[in-house]
Design a protein around this ligand. Structure first.
Ligand code: HEC
Ligand code: HEC
Length: 271
């Protein structure tokens, strides 16, 4: 863990640079999108695209028993962490649900640089139970997202993805290596809930996107990942029509390159 922690703090620069590029890109993308006739005010960027819920308190006893069996050996019976694993008190239910349902937890090797996605050992129901228990130690956000993709716009999602996510995951979502043996994983296996959880909680070296993406924007990105990337031949279709492909592409290019330049500069500094 000592090695992991040291590597983590020296890696803060990379997410920092990316977040900066992303924020800048987001602001300009809105300007260009508006000028292109993508009328943001016609789209509901309110809260209805995602509903956040807490698992019921009645799940706590079952969750506590599961935690004792599967988690306490590394995270401690009180969840406060040990030399083998970090503190979980106050991380919020979405974080617990993400790490369990993606199979990252329980970890097999606590000394790995990054816990890999693998087949989940606990069921979705058990993940909610553990989340209820950990949340009872210190009730926190984010709660678990339930994403409504019905009104999501895949084309807008593609733009937002290229600005906010592609620098690490690549535009096809295939994933890529990052510094120090870490990697941004492929996005082919993530469910809509897991995509929203990753965006809202920022697992590992991924930045957390909270105020800078609305729920509707998260749903748009989610639709791009789970409908387009995961099913590229989906006859539902993927068209950038109507949002001004030239302007949008220009923004994506400009800021994609900007982000890559920052990342490149940073990697150059380190080696
Ligand atoms: C074998 C040891 C081990 C076991 C067992 C284990 N963990 Fe972990 N856990 C770790 C390590 C090590 C990390 C840090 C991994 C990383 O950053 O990639 C971690 C990270 C996490 C995180 C991310 C914390 C954060 O703030 O980013 C969560 C959530 C988590 N574990 C939950 C659980 C739950 C719930 C269980 C039981 C179902 C569990 N873990 C079982 C070792 C373990
Ligand atoms: C700075 C690089 C970076 C950026 C930018 C980034 N991610 Fe990630 N992402 C990661 C890393 C690293 C992980 C793995 C974290 C871990 O397991 O410790 C990850 C994990 C994920 C996962 C989990 C995949 C799985 O199957 O387990 C999803 C989903 C995801 N990211 C989606 C996104 C989306 C959507 C965006 C844009 C809004 C984004 N990411 C932006 C680095 C990044």
């Amino acid at each position: 863990m000592g090695r992991l922690r040291r590597a983590c703090s020296s890696r803060l620069l990379l997410p920092g640079a990316v977040v900066f590029g992303v924020a800048l890109g987001g602001v300009l993308a809105f300007g260009v999108g508006g000028a292109n006739g993508l009328n943001q005010s016609q789209r509901s960027y309110g809260d209805s695209a995602i509903r956040y819920y807490y698992p019921p308190k009645s799940y706590i006893p079952a969750g506590q028993a599961l935690f004792e069996t599967f988690c306490s050996s590394c995270h401690g019976s009180d969840g406060a962490g040990t030399s083998r694993a970090p503190n979980l008190v106050g991380v919020g239910p979405a974080t617990i649900d993400f790490w369990i349902t993606t199979g990252r937890m329980p970890a097999e090797n606590p000394y790995a640089i990054q816990a890999p996605r693998k087949p989940a050992k606990l069921s979705n129901q058990e993940a909610l139970e553990v989340a209820a228990y950990v949340n009872s130690l210190d009730p926190s956000r984010p709660a678990i997202p339930k994403v409504n993709l019905k009104d999501a716009n895949v084309a807008v999602g593609a733009d937002l993805f290229s600005l906010n996510c592609a620098a690490c995951h690549t535009i096809t979502g295939a994933g890529d290596e990052l510094a120090f043996g870490t990697y941004a994983p492929s996005l082919r296996a993530a469910t809509p809930t897991q995509v929203a959880e990753a965006i809202r909680t920022g697992p590992g070296n991924m930045p957390r996107f909270s105020g800078n993406l609305t729920n509707a924007q998260v749903a748009d990105i989610d639709a791009y990942v789970t409908e387009y990337i995961q099913h590229p031949t989906n006859p539902g279709g993927f068209a950038l029509g109507g949002v001004g492909p030239v302007g949008e592409g220009f923004v994506a290019l400009l800021f994609g390159v900007g982000i890559l330049a920052l990342v490149g500069y940073w990697i150059g500094e380190r080696t």
